[in-house]
Design a protein. Structure first.
Lengths: 420, 218
């Protein structure tokens, strides 16, 4: 099987004409997106809101289900966050069967057990009902916010006239293996410079699950989180836009969160994310190119939709090439075996650089620019240990993500059962 | 607020990136194409030299037959080596190409192979020496022909093992008139096919041992 895959890849690179043009097409879209971000970043000033005269009261809600492994660390970080205003911490235990509730209680955190275990969105809504304060901060139980997170985030609620939510720069917590290191770079580039730029034009679609802050009045107005949604953090972002709320992005601090450490866990996570993305894009399609939703409708929503569509196109082409490569390799191998000899391969043919790679290299340089801009935001320096994952993320990640998107599309189209 | 100037600016910047990438890709393609094209030209120049040698002999007769035959065979050997080295290069470069047009150079190459074949045959007729075996390898080049690929590799290996073997590759799917005539002459209607010493037709993929025996290359 592995040999067939390797041979497929080998012959795929020998016969990549269609893929070459897809690469050029995707590069063109990527260049346009990048140029847009670059122009916004260069021309729209940073908001840098000053600290409010009176800090609003806030309720931190931590939905939790069997989080014994990470909860103590998470709550230690949450309790360690500085905040000049009034704050409360509520842990919503979604009927855990482990010691999560005991850990939280031992640490002096208010624990509310919710019977029935109906998922994160339901737990969050339960917490919102209990919250009494102006701002609701939702934090995942495997996320470790730094001391200054609240101090940096809350002023953004005063950066515009109708701010409904504030997001933060989410990063991967202490990556241990290659897969996690790749995700670390992915998080840097996605939640840093790109998110900040989108935030400048009120173009953020998602309020990331690991940590986001909301105005309680806005949550009440829009009816809280959609409990049937796979990606409630995206749905609520879209719903806030629908009701005319702005989403601000704070990148002055970063919030580490646990990321999947195996391919199967990553697959499960991404199926949820991407299936949710497809579902939500469909659900809020009336916003597509709709001027009533301003820049969000005219720019952010369509670009995200185009990104999802092109990623799937890319996967389709790659899958087709891989499949034909595998079939071709099988036929060639069969032809060799039929004459009693082993296949002869010419690595020099594969090493011959394809001209379309120029477009790929240019796209990679653009991506590196995003990455460096993101790292600058949080004063992180790129180290030697990032080099291998940075190379692999370019070669391996787009294909993997395309596959996840394609898989998600199939599951969504067939309405297969959803696994959390 | 995103205004039209953002879109125009982004489109202009994106076009700039595309243009720069396009120019680099075109330059890269041109350099690869240029190298193949110059090799095909050298190949053609060598054939031309052989052609002139034959023409000279036809015009004035061979006064020093030994020197003539030596020069002729040396030229043909040189052409043969150059032509053979080009076949994989041409295929690989074309597959890694995005913007250059290889059609003409491909036709020139295979037409020159026909010329080499005819010159080899003429040399044999004129000099009467037979120190090598000639195998015409009929193959498809435009569509995937796995058997052709395998047979080409087997012939490569055999050629390294047996320097006296002369293999000339003829593309059956380019619609080149001389190759169509050759196909008709030898009854070739499938690829891969081999015609040994302008007479014996072998079709289908042959093993190295089978070919070694057919071509007297042990």
């Amino acid at each position: 099987m592995l040999l067939a895959f390797a041979l497929g890849l080998y012959y795929f690179w020998l016969n990549p004409l269609a893929t070459m043009w897809v690469l050029v097409f995707l590069s063109a879209i990527f260049f346009f997106g990048f140029s847009f971000y670059a122009i916004i970043a260069a021309t729209v000033p940073d908001k840098n809101p000053p600290a409010p005269k009176k800090w609003p009261s806030l309720s931190i809600i931590v939905p939790c289900y069997n989080s014994g492994r990470t909860l103590e660390k998470c709550l230690t970080h949450i309790k360690g966050m500085r905040y000049a205003g009034k704050k409360e911490i509520i842990l919503i235990d979604d009927s855990s069967s482990d010691s999560s509730a005991k850990i939280a209680a031992r640490m002096g955190v208010r624990v509310v057990t919710k019977k029935g275990g109906r998922g994160k969105a339901s737990a969050l809504n339960y917490g919102i009902k209990l919250a009494k304060n102006e701002i609701v901060v939702a934090i995942d139980s495997d996320t470790y916010p730094p001391k200054d997170a609240l101090e940096k985030m809350v002023p953004y609620f005063y950066a515009g006239p109708k701010v409904g939510a504030v997001t933060v720069f989410v990063t991967a917590f202490e990556p241990k293996n290659l897969l996690q290191r790749m995700q670390q770079l992915e998080y840097y580039s996605a939640f840093g410079f790109v998110a900040k730029t989108m935030g400048k034009i009120n173009g953020l679609l998602v309020t990331p699950g690991p940590m986001s802050a909301y105005k309680r009045s806005a949550l009440n107005e829009i009816g809280g989180f959609d409990e049937k949604n796979m990606t409630e953090d995206m749905e609520i972002g879209l719903n806030l836009h629908k009701h005319g709320y702005a989403i601000e992005c704070c990148t002055e601090t970063h919030v580490p969160t646990e990321v999947p450490d195996t391919l199967s866990k990553l697959h499960r996570q991404r199926i949820r994310w991407y299936r949710g993305t497809i579902y939500n894009l469909k659900l809020y399609f009336h916003m597509f190119l709709n001027r009533d939703y301003s820049d969000f409708g005219v720019f952010s929503y369509p670009t995200t939709t185009i990104y999802v569509a092109t990623t799937m196109v890319m996967w389709t082409v790659i899958a087709f090439n891989l499949l034909s490569g595998v079939l071709n390799a099988a036929q060639i191998t069969a032809a060799w075996l039929a004459i009693g000899e082993l296949p002869v391969l010419h690595p020099e043919s594969v090493l011959l650089v394809n001209s379309a790679s120029v477009f790929l290299v240019a796209s990679v340089l653009v991506w590196w620019h995003f990455l460096f801009q993101s790292l600058k935001l949080i004063n992180v320096k790129l180290r030697l240990e990032h080099l291998v994952p940075a190379g692999l993320i370019i070669l391996f990640y787009p294909t993997l993500n395309s596959f996840f998107y394609f898989d998600s599309l199939l599951r969504e189209a067939t309405q297969s059962e959803f696994e959390w | 607020m995103v205004t039209k100037r953002f879109y125009v600016g982004a489109a202009a910047l994106a076009l700039f990136f595309l243009l720069v990438s396009y120019l680099i890709a075109r330059e890269y393609d041109s350099s690869k194409f240029g190298s193949v094209e110059s090799q095909v030209r050298s190949y053609q120049a060598e054939s031309e030299e052989t052609r002139l040698l034959l023409s000279y002999a036809d015009t004035f007769g061979e006064q020093d037959e030994e020197a003539f035959c030596e020069a002729l065979q040396l030229n043909i050997r040189k052409s043969r080596d150059r032509g053979y080295a080009l076949v994989n290069r041409l295929r690989d470069f074309e597959r890694a190409n995005l913007l250059a047009d290889y059609e003409l150079v491909r036709r020139q190459y295979y037409l020159n192979n026909v010329e080499l074949w005819l010159q080899s045959t003429q040399a044999e007729q004129k000099c009467g020496q037979k120190d090598s075996r000639l195998a015409l390898f009929f193959t498809e080049t435009m569509r995937t022909c796995n058997d052709c690929l395998v047979q080409g590799e087997v012939l490569d290996a055999l050629r390294n093992q047996c320097p006296s073997l002369q293999v000339i590759t003829l593309a059956t799917d380019l619609g080149l008139a001389p190759i169509e005539l050759a196909k008709k002459r030898f009854g070739v209607n499938t690829a891969p096919a081999l015609v040994v010493d302008n007479s014996k037709l072998l079709t289908g993929v042959k093993t190295r041992a089978q070919l070694a025996s057919e071509l007297g290359c042990n």
